[in-house]
Design a protein around this ligand. Structure first.
Ligand code: ADP
Ligand code: MG
Length: 355
């Protein structure tokens, strides 16, 4: 694999700016996910890298080579789309070998077999695509895209057409294939779970910009914007005013009471901030809690909704002044303890707070 650099990229379509500003360095051999809602500019970014669109500004470098002015077919890049577009009249093997044969590569057939072995489909090499399942067809498309060992593989929502269970399975397979071939993968998706499961690094994109970039854990545990906090799972966000900072601890006043968090987890040290906490980091307590390890306490509030979800229960409580708070409690033994109308406090550890 090779690294990919996007330097000062901007893409303006007539009347619409799809990419406002994009600077990215994707290290060689990494599995990088570009995650964002529909219309945020993901496909445009891939089309720029593939050479199917020209940037309005900026440069694109693959393996240190400036390819901004290089024609698409001369770039060391392949793309896998959601619609795998296999040739129906050819066998699986012929589909995978097609590009190599057209370029008169001498060992096209052994190379195609090798790519099929990698996606564990060599045993169906002589079948037609219509005789395969959707997941198998997508793996053939992947074999076809990696058979000539491009420096960079672009994947544009490749699993979007598969049902949930198959998609989860393919995510793990794709990840292990990437580790095995060592190519640089740039994977585009609007599915946060998919991005977090597969990628080493995730860039969250919104309105043609990267909002935050980091490992899945970093993004989840310490989101830097409300958009990131809500796009990667659920969050409780409370407006707050910073009261003080001392000894590495920041104290802020919300409408429901004072909370504290490590200073380095806050975006700003003064003025108005938004305090965030993930629903599964919250504990519900039926009496004003002893503060054993759970330094932040808000309440009392009243439970307004209880939804059983198998492994967990979701509670919505209403705290006067603060509004609704969502809490996920794991159903460890007996399931739901609190019923609608119960008076409860909510407590959590300072270091689980972001601000
Ligand atoms: P995503 O893949 O994240 O869903 P796209 O990159 O396809 O988003 O599109 C980003 C935005 O750019 C969308 O609002 C889309 O309508 C717009 N766009 C894409 N291609 C063109 C084009 N050729 N002309 C005008 N607008 C475009
Ligand atoms: Mg798209």
């Amino acid at each position: 694999g090779a690294d990919l650099q996007l330097q000062g990229i901007r893409k303006v379509f007539p009347g619409f700016t799809a990419i406002e500003e994009l600077d990215l360095l994707i290290p060689a051999g990494s599995f990088f996910a570009l995650l964002g809602p529909s219309g945020c500019g993901k496909t445009t970014t891939l089309r720029l890298v593939a050479g199917l669109e020209d940037p309005s500004e900026g440069r694109i470098l693959i393996g240190g080579q400036d390819v901004t002015a290089v024609k698409p077919h001369k770039r060391p890049v392949n793309t896998v789309f959601q619609s795998y577009a296999l040739f129906p009249h050819m066998t699986v093997l012929e589909n995978v070998a097609f590009g190599l044969r057209r370029r008169k590569v001498s060992d096209a057939v052994p190379k195609a077999h090798e790519a099929l072995r990698l996606v564990e489909l060599d045993h169906v090499a002589e079948r037609r695509p219509s005789q395969l399942s959707g997941g198998q067809q997508q793996r053939v498309a992947l074999a076809r895209a990696i058979v000539n060992r491009p420096a960079l593989l672009l994947l544009d929502e490749p699993l979007g057409a598969l049902d949930l269970k198959l998609r989860r399975q393919m995510q793990l397979e794709l990840k292990s294939i990437q580790a095995e071939v060592g190519l640089t993968f740039l994977h585009v998706t609007h599915d946060q779970e998919e991005a977090m499961t597969m990628a080493d690094t995730v860039a969250v994109m919104n309105h043609g910009r990267i909002e935050q970039l980091g490992s899945p854990q970093e993004l989840y545990e310490l989101p830097r914007t409300g958009f990131v906090a809500n796009f990667l799972g659920q969050s409780n966000l409370f407006p707050a005013e910073v009261e003080s900072t001392a000894g590495g601890l920041l104290t802020a006043r919300t409408a429901g009471g004072v909370v504290a968090l490590p200073e380095e987890r806050a975006v700003a040290r003064t003025g108005r901030i938004t305090v965030g906490i993930r629903p599964e980091k919250l504990r519900l307590l039926g009496t004003e809690p002893p503060r054993d390890g759970l330094e932040n306490v808000l309440g009392p509030g009243r439970i307004v909704d209880v939804s059983f979800a198998g492994a967990s229960t979701q509670y919505i409580l209403e705290i006067s002044g603060l509004g609704e708070v969502t809490v996920f409690e794991q159903n460890l033994v007996f399931g739901s303890v609190f019923s609608p109308g119960s008076e409860v406090w909510v407590a959590w550890r300072r270091e689980h707070t972001f601000g």
